[in-house]
Design a protein around this ligand. Structure first.
Ligand SMILES: Cc1cc2nc3c(=O)[nH]c(=O)nc-3n(C[C@H](O)[C@H](O)[C@H](O)COP(=O)(O)O)c2cc1C
Length: 216
């Protein structure tokens, strides 16, 4: 590393509390990528539980995260609606390299845990497991953050569940429209995820979408 790079890295760390290598700046989402119409995506959308090993590029990841809950217009409005515009759904991205949190405004991924933790998507230690989920190149995890919602009432939890469903359906329709394969899922190792991501008791892992290219 050159002195200039070192200086830049330490400045970044000092200003954000984050090391440079802990951040992946995504390319701008490609709004002109070839895709089918919403009506066609609605007509053909279906759950897919088998994926090719072909990797997902950072450009595709950027498009996917943007479609899920990225910034769509002024005042930090998002592609997915949320109750009272609270934007309480945190989106985590599991890949073979690490687990990241998507930061919509900066359009970047912040590393939360290094290494391959996709196994947590298969299911809990005991009980029902779906091994296909850990074989998808990417899994998107939705976490309801009640701190962001500003309440922890039953009603807030219900709204969080609905808002996670909105994000998940954006992922479903976006995937269908560009030829990616996915399935919305509740199955996962919730306790393992809580421990890995150091989630508080006000942060609830609620759904995930494994994403990959369809197996030929
Ligand atoms: C809230 C929710 C939770 C789901 N959880 C799972 C799951 O854990 N595992 C799974 O394989 N499919 C899961 N699914 C997918 C459904 O089984 C699937 O959407 C349904 O069978 C209809 O099939 P289709 O998506 O192809 O129309 C879930 C769907 C929803 C909406």
């Amino acid at each position: 590393m050159t002195i200039k790079n070192l200086l830049f890295a330490s400045l970044l760390t000092a200003s954000t509390g984050m090391a440079a290598q802990d951040v992946v700046n995504l390319p701008k989402p490609d709004m002109k990528a070839k895709s089918m119409s919403v009506v066609e995506a609605l007509r053909t959308r279906h759950s897919v539980r088998e994926y090719a090993t072909t990797r997902i590029t950072n450009q595709q990841l950027s498009n996917l995260c943007w479609a899920a809950c990225g910034v769509s217009r002024d005042n930090d409005h998002r592609t997915a609606p949320s109750a009272l515009n609270k934007k309480e759904i945190r989106l985590y991205v599991f890949t073979e390299k690490a687990v990241y949190e998507y930061e919509p405004v900066a359009n970047r991924l912040n590393v939360k845990a290094k290494g391959d933790h996709r196994g947590l998507m298969a299911g809990g230690k005991a009980g029902f497991k779906q091994v296909f989920a850990q074989e998808a190149p990417v899994s998107l995890l939705m976490v309801i953050d009640l701190e962001r919602f500003g309440q922890q009432s039953e009603q807030a939890i219900r709204m969080g569940c609905v808002d996670a469903g909105n994000v998940s359906e954006n992922i479903n329709l976006y995937c269908q429209s560009v030829g990616l394969a996915t399935v919305p899922r509740a199955t996962m190792d919730t306790e393992g995820i809580r421990a890995l991501l150091k989630l508080s008791d006000k942060q609830i892992p609620i759904m995930n979408n494994p994403v990959g290219w369809p197996k030929k």
